[in-house]
Design a protein around this ligand. Sequence first.
Ligand code: AMP
Ligand code: ZN
Length: 114
Amino acid sequence: MKDCLFCKIINKEIKSEIIYESDNVLVFKDINPHAPVHLLAVPKKHINSIAEIDKLDSKQALELLSVIAKTAKDIGLDKSGFRVVTNTGSSAGQSVNHLHFHILGKRNFKWPPG
Ligand code: AMP
Ligand code: ZN
């Protein structure tokens, strides 16, 4: 989608540090990390947020979740634990309107979140 930051990253119009890429999914480093590991996993198809998950076909949606799990395992987060977050809408602080899952690890996290 035109004027979408993450679509521009997906299309390589904006540089990012890519960790994983397939036909449907991109995982890259968050530019402003809030943990020693802070990655973003996005579907290549533009949807605004998880509220529109039905716009992905079920195979794409499952691949996105599977990539999150596999990426966490590959970088050793599965043993210590990790957090997956998808901010949705203004009250949750979503600042980029392209579905993305934050993958955060290598530190302790508080619950409930702020
Ligand atoms: P959210 O606030 O949940 O919508 O998350 C958007 C995330 O995108 C933030 O954590 C930003 O640090 C991150 N971000 C913004 N611009 C870039 C960029 N050019 N490359 C990588 N991450 C970015
Ligand atoms: Zn987009």
